[in-house]
Write a protein that binds this ligand. Structure first.
Ligand code: PBG
Length: 324
């Protein structure tokens, strides 16, 4: 009789037949920072902190020491610096360029990824520039994103990661980076970023929710799958180095589909709402946080993600150290 259970009989055999590994080397830790000297717990995201520069450098060092190869930065910008033209996004003395420089000085081998989008700097809270009628201006936004990316590149970023979903931005960013000889700086593109209810806690952390309307003219409709394949083909043709699907769990089919059509590495973003669903259920004593987080992240890898952006990155690294 054919008995699949033979391959599950002992932990040793299960290890031999295991198809998917989740290790710290696959994880990217998103980190929030702000201008102040204090490290502020984020009310909307238990377990996460809005770091000062000094706190950020220390936290990134701890993550790196745990085997996490990369971090991605998200700045909380003072309301007084937010404008409709978003100039603070490419201020060479701004929070992000100073953070990149401090991180690279303290941890030269840590990969520093920066988010390229205007929402933290935008008086309107949108990822793109907005005209008087509330219309998102695609092509002027792409020019602004290029200025922002160059600012990050000059400060020493390793990878820039456009999360804005404007058309044509990957090609424009590649050309802008190359024009200043930043030919070695990679682009990790948010390829299929859906208009999701899962971003609420993140927007609370940065106070970056759109002041009017929603993001549905640029972020994708959760109902669409073929459209994600189209975005993937475009980003690949425009020169992206890594493609991303976001959020992760409700879109594992999208991850799997994109895996079938591109040779590029894939990232998935297990976003703030996904993290909080686990945290909230665990805080109520309703589920086992460690088991559920590990199962979710392993499933994201199985579906096709090479790397995962997750607020659980340090926890996972610690859990793996204590019980490999
Ligand atoms: C915005 C951005 C968002 C996230 C990353 N970059 C939110 C949004 O699009 O409104 C969400 C990440 C998360 O929820 O963890 N450029």
């Amino acid at each position: 009789m054919i008995r699949p259970r033979r391959n599950r009989r002992t932990e040793s055999i299960r290890g031999l037949v295991r198809e998917t590994e989740l290790t710290a080397s696959h994880l990217i830790l998103p980190l929030f920072l702000h201008e102040g000297d204090d490290d502020q717990p984020i009310a909307s995201m238990p377990g996460c902190t809005r770091w000062s520069l000094a706190g950020l450098v220390k936290e990134a060092g701890e993550a790196h020491a745990l085997g996490i190869p990369a971090i991605v930065l998200f700045p909380a910008i003072a309301e007084s610096l937010k404008t409709r033209a978003c100039e603070e996004a490419w201020n060479p003395d701004g929070l992000i360029p100073r953070a990149i420089a401090a991180l690279k000085a303290a941890h030269p081998r840590l990969t520093v990824i920066t988010d390229v989008a205007l929402d933290p700097y935008n008086a309107d809270g949108h990822d793109g520039l907005v005209d008087d009628n509330g219309i998102i201006l695609n092509d002027p936004t792409v020019i602004a994103l290029c200025q922002q990316a160059l600012c990050h590149a000059r400060a020493g970023a390793d990878i820039i990661s456009p999360s804005d979903m404007m058309d044509g931005r990957v090609a424009a960013l590649r050309a802008a980076l190359d024009s200043e000889n930043f030919t070695d700086i990679s682009i990790m593109s948010y390829t299929a970023k859906y208009a999701s209810a899962c971003y609420g806690p993140f927007r609370g952390a940065l106070d970056s929710a759109p002041k009017f309307g929603d993001k549905k003219t640029y972020q994708m409709d959760p109902a669409n799958g073929r459209e994600a394949e189209r975005e993937a083909r475009l980003d690949e043709a425009e020169g992206a180095d890594i493609l991303m699907v976001k959020p992760a769990l409700p879109y594992l089919d999208i991850l799997y589909r994109i895996r079938q059509i591109t040779p590029l590495p894939l990232a998935a973003y297990h976003v703030s709402g996904e993290y909080l669903m686990v945290k909230a259920a665990a805080a109520s004593g309703w589920i086992d946080e460690k088991k559920l987080a590990m199962e979710q992240l392993t499933s994201i890898r199985r579906a096709g993600a090479d790397m995962i952006l997750t607020y659980f990155a340090k926890d996972v690294a610690r859990w793996l150290q204590s019980s490999p």
